[in-house]
Design a protein around this ligand. Structure first.
Ligand code: NAI
Ligand code: 15L
Length: 288
């Protein structure tokens, strides 16, 4: 079953979450690496640029997702709830939606997925530990739990159906590090682009988990798996240390942001159960 080989450049590449922070940044950068870039989100995608197809689809809508995957060779999956939220908001996009994405990929014969997992899949580990890609997951909340589900779904679809995935446990991908924790976890926009392209181009990835982080000297995570798929980070949070130290107070040692790898997510919730969850359009982003 597992007969992967060097993938040709995708003819049609699907980018989900294309209206989000990382999606809108990657959209023009990925367009030049495929014949057709299909972009999707709940909305807010604007007009199709040359070489693009625009197709809005709620992740939790099975039929819409099956249609979205039609004719797609490879996917960069960024769509979904991207911060800690009540379970009733996380589940439709990140659990049902993730399943729908892989089912659509199976039905369409899609070869490879690049899945935006998160450091919050291992966010409950203390910052004193150094982690590789084989440590047991320790999510720090419902959002992190949904990323563990995503990684396990990726493994299932490789073992059963030969769909390859690179799961990117992204640290903190922002234009610059925002706080002291991000001097460790930061991933620059340019390095994210490098990591995504390496994930699309690497031969024989099966299901590979890598940490998405720049070349920060303080990093907690083993960068060997990412380098094995050809990722070479060129940026470093070290260059921003002085600016962060000047602008941000050092957190106390008992604060979650200084104790856990996932930072403040570890102390969010529990939330009151929601009887009728609103549509998932209040997906505001936040630093951990
Ligand atoms: P974002 O919140 O800006 O973008 C996510 C996009 O997904 C939004 O445009 C939203 O409309 C869309 N979306 C949400 N629910 C949806 C649904 N039910 N159906 C269809 N689309 C839906 O997040 P950002 O920062 O761009 O992150 C992209 C991905 O990377 C996310 O999966 C996030 O979990 C992951 N990630 C991001 C990190 C970062 O530092 N920015 C760190 C770790 C992981
Ligand atoms: C994430 O997974 C979030 O999507 C992002 O907004 C940040 O909070 C990041 O993790 C982080 O841990 O800094």
């Amino acid at each position: 079953m597992n007969t992967a080989s060097v993938p040709p450049p995708p003819r049609r590449l699907l980018l989900t979450g294309a209206a989000g922070a990382l999606g809108s940044m990657l959209r023009p950068r990925l367009r030049v690496h495929c014949e057709v870039l299909r972009v999707s989100d709940l909305g807010g995608l604007g007009e199709a640029a040359p070489g693009e197809e625009v197709q809005a689809a709620p992740l939790q809508d099975r039929a819409a997702m099956a249609a979205l995957l039609q004719g797609v060779d490879a996917v960069v999956h960024l769509g979904g709830v991207s911060v800690e939220k009540p379970w009733e908001l996380v589940r439709p996009a990140n659990i049902d939606g993730l399943f729908n994405l892989y089912e659509g990929a199976r039905l369409a014969g899609t070869r490879r997925v690049v899945f935006a997992s998160s450091n919050h899949a291992i966010g409950a580990y203390p910052q004193s530990e150094r982690l590789d890609d084989r440590v047991p997951t320790r999510p720090d909340g419902y959002y992190g739990l949904s990323k563990v589900f995503g990684e396990q779904t990726a493994q299932l679809y490789w073992d059963r159906y030969g769909i390859e995935t690179v799961s990117l446990r992204i640290g903190s991908c922002f234009p610059v590090p925002r706080d002291h924790r991000m001097l460790t976890t930061w991933l620059s926009y340019d390095d994210l682009e490098r990591l995504v392209l390496a994930s699309l181009r690497a031969p024989q990835v099966g299901h590979t988990i890598v940490y998405g982080v720049s070349n920060n000297s303080r990093r907690w995570w083993d960068d060997a798996p990412a380098r094995r798929i050809g990722y070479q980070p060129l940026d470093s949070a070290d260059d921003h240390t002085a600016a962060v130290q000047a602008a941000q107070p050092v957190p106390g040692p008992d604060e979650a942001v200084a104790r856990y790898q996932g930072g403040a997510f570890m102390e969010m919730g529990p939330f009151e159960p929601m009887e009728s969850p609103p549509a998932p359009n209040n997906n505001e982003r936040g630093a951990a």
